[in-house]
Design a protein around this ligand. Structure first.
Ligand SMILES: Nc1ncnc2c1ncn2[C@@H]1O[C@H](COP(=O)(O)OP(=O)(O)OP(=O)(O)O)[C@@H](O)[C@H]1O
Ligand SMILES: [Mg+2]
Length: 465
């Protein structure tokens, strides 16, 4: 018996094998398009068996099959491996028993007893033969030129399908890469946005702390400067009061014992209306004392408001903070030509001292109360607003004690915050006020102080409850 003839190796075998790897198709699952083309080949050629096979270094691997359940065949026994060497035509073996290459092949000599073989090469666009689309019969026979042409056309479809498949895989890979890149970009973008936000916050904080520290220093300086002469006046007023009392007593004694003063004294007494003077002078002094006490209170409030010395959290009386702030805002509440006085309605709850940065909380109260005054003034300006009818500006300040928090509600009867801008009021530099009037920092700073520094919440509520 003749030995089996090993199929010859194509000249470009190494490159061909590399090309085959690139298609990433070996050992993959069945796919409908290949199965359809294989079935079509068997049908067109009228054979019971057909394969789409690819030949790698050691075997013929079958991608799709009709009529014979086989997955791979050793390369030396492969019919298709012979077809690789004649890329320009369909390899036809009309009778395997009469072909010395296959007569002793075990697939010929025993089951399935192949007798007829026709394999159309699968040629890549750049000319590599990767395998065949072949049809097999168990009886010797031939193929008409039309069927050969059809088999070739189908083999081109198999290659197209392989191209499609690899392009699809590449596309998927690229999409995946795009997706990854987009993810990275989105991450970078997010980080940049955060950095930007942080930068703006820092900027706001810098501006504000600069603004507040100079305001605080100014207030503390003025309070200090007023304090000395004030103590001087306050201290001396007591003496003045006693001296005046003594002098008036003495005057009284004179009047009692000197019944007939000389004409000049009598004339002068009438000119100055000595009786009225003696009656009014103690009153004047006592109102001067009251006025001085009031100034002392104001100076004390100014010092409390600035509280420059307090960098640490300390227990503080919130109501005192609000009152001190109101005192500083006093000039804004007074009656003006454009509007009547703004009334402050305090509804203070029973609050314990609260651990806080008192000076910063005072800033918050000041920012919010200033906004209320602005809003009320604007409402007065706008004659259509309901406030004009009421013709009275009012600000309510309510405090309540919660479980482990306190609530401060500041409400005004201005026109309210238009819905369109409600979402933006805490944004740094957002202002609806004319240029030069608002910096748009008040609420964003207040937000930072309440939310970040004190872990509280700062919110806006439309309803008047
Ligand atoms: N009580 C309020 N009534 C109506 N609108 C308000 C009130 N409080 C704030 N707003 C709106 O929110 C905006 C932002 O307030 P914010 O205090 O941050 O800035 P501003 O008052 O405009 O300027 P700044 O306080 O820096 O001088 C205001 O311009 C205003 O439109
Ligand atoms: Mg403001």
């Amino acid at each position: 018996m003749l030995p089996i003839q090993r199929p010859p190796l194509p000249l470009n075998e190494q490159d061909r094998l590399e090309k085959l790897q690139q298609y990433q198709i070996l050992d993959t699952d069945a796919e409908q398009p290949f199965d359809d083309l294989t079935a079509l080949a068997a049908y067109v050629c009228g054979t019971p068996i057909a394969f789409v096979s690819l030949v790698d270094a050691s075997r013929q691997w079958v991608k799709s099959r009709v009529g014979l359940e086989v997955t791979e065949i050793a390369r030396e026994l492969s019919f298709c491996a012979h077809a690789l060497s004649q890329p320009d035509k369909v390899m036809i073996v009309p009778n395997t028993l009469e072909d010395e290459r296959f007569a002793t092949n075990p697939f010929v000599t025993s089951t399935p007893n192949i007798r007829f073989y026709a394999g159309a090469p699968l040629i890549t666009p750049d000319g590599f033969v990767l395998g065949t689309l072949c049809v097999i019969d168990l009886v010797p026979r031939d193929l008409s030129p039309e069927k050969i042409a059809a088999l070739q056309a189908l083999s081109r479809q198999v290659i197209s399908q392989m191209e499609l498949r690899i392009n699809l895989a590449r596309l998927k890979y690229q999409i995946h890469q795009c997706y990854d890149t987009e993810k990275v970009l989105r991450g970078t973008n997010q980080r940049l946005t955060q950095i930007l936000k942080k930068l703006r916050q820092t900027q706001v904080q810098l501006i504000q702390s600069e603004k507040m520290s100079s305001l605080g220093q100014l207030i503390a300086g003025i309070a200090h400067e007023i304090n000395n002469p004030l103590n001087f006046i306050d201290g001396n007023l007591n003496h003045v009061s006693i001296y005046v009392k003594d002098l008036l007593n003495l005057l009284c004694l004179y009047q009692n014992y000197e019944r007939n003063p000389n004409a000049e004294i009598q004339h002068q007494a009438e000119v100055i209306d000595v009786n009225f003077l003696a009656e009014d002078l103690p009153k004047v002094i006592s109102s001067m004392q009251m006025g001085t006490e009031r100034i002392i209170q104001i100076v004390q409030s100014l010092r409390n408001f600035s509280r420059l010395d307090e960098a640490e959290k300390k227990p503080a009386n919130i109501h005192e903070g609000i009152d001190n702030t109101l005192l500083i805002l006093q000039h804004r509440l007074k009656h003006t030509e454009q509007r009547p006085e703004i009334q402050i309605i305090k509804e203070y709850g029973d609050l314990p001292d609260v651990e806080c940065y008192a000076a910063q909380l005072n800033q918050v109260f000041m920012n919010i109360l200033n906004n209320s005054v602005d809003a009320i003034e604007e409402s007065f300006f706008n004659s259509q607003s309901p406030l004009a009818a009421k013709s009275k500006g009012q600000i309510w300040i309510r405090t309540e004690l919660g479980q482990n928090y306190i609530v401060v509600k500041i409400t005004d009867n201005g026109a309210g915050i238009p819905e369109a801008i409600q979402k933006r009021i805490f944004d740094p530099f957002f202002t609806s006020k004319p240029i030069g009037k608002g910096t748009g920092l008040g609420l964003s700073i207040s937000y930072q102080i309440i939310v970040e520094k004190h872990k509280g919440t700062l919110s806006y509520n439309w309803s008047l409850d």
